[in-house]
Design a protein around this ligand. Structure first.
Ligand SMILES: [Zn+2]
Length: 131
């Protein structure tokens, strides 16, 4: 027997029905590139916190702080309909940038040598910029 569907409770319907970053004149939210990277690794590619922190070469507690900050900004953007401006950084670890030929994931970490893609585990990876 199919269980009756329980109505989920939400406080109100979303005020922003369409996510359009140009729909008002509120000041943009500034997101730094490391916040963007934390979202990319943890929420988009589904790495766990330990893996994500390792890929960014930071401690798990620092990663957690950056991720929370990024999520707050995304929530603010979604609820208030604000733009997010992503601020570029100059602390990109360029020397060892890896690229997975199978899934397209790109990452870098100067403290570790990789033989497989941390995302899809493919061994078909390449080093884009050598030291
Ligand atoms: Zn891959």
């Amino acid at each position: 027997m199919v269980r009756p569907k329980i109505k989920r409770q939400i406080s109100k319907n979303p005020e922003q029905r369409c996510f359009n970053q140009n729909n008002n004149n509120l000041p943009a939210i500034k997101m730094v590139a490391d916040e963007y990277e934390a979202i990319r690794l943890k929420d988009y590619h589904n790495f766990n916190q330990k893996e994500s922190a390792e890929l960014m070469n930071i401690s798990q507690s620092t990663f957690h702080r950056i991720l929370n900050s990024a999520r707050k900004k995304i929530a603010k953007s979604l609820i208030e309909g604000r733009k997010i401006n992503i601020i570029e950084t100059d602390n990109i670890n360029e020397p060892n940038t890896y690229h997975c030929k199978k899934c397209g994931f790109q990452w870098n970490n100067n403290n570790k040598k990789y033989t497989e893609c941390p995302d899809c585990k493919s061994k078909d990876i390449e080093l884009l910029i050598e030291e």
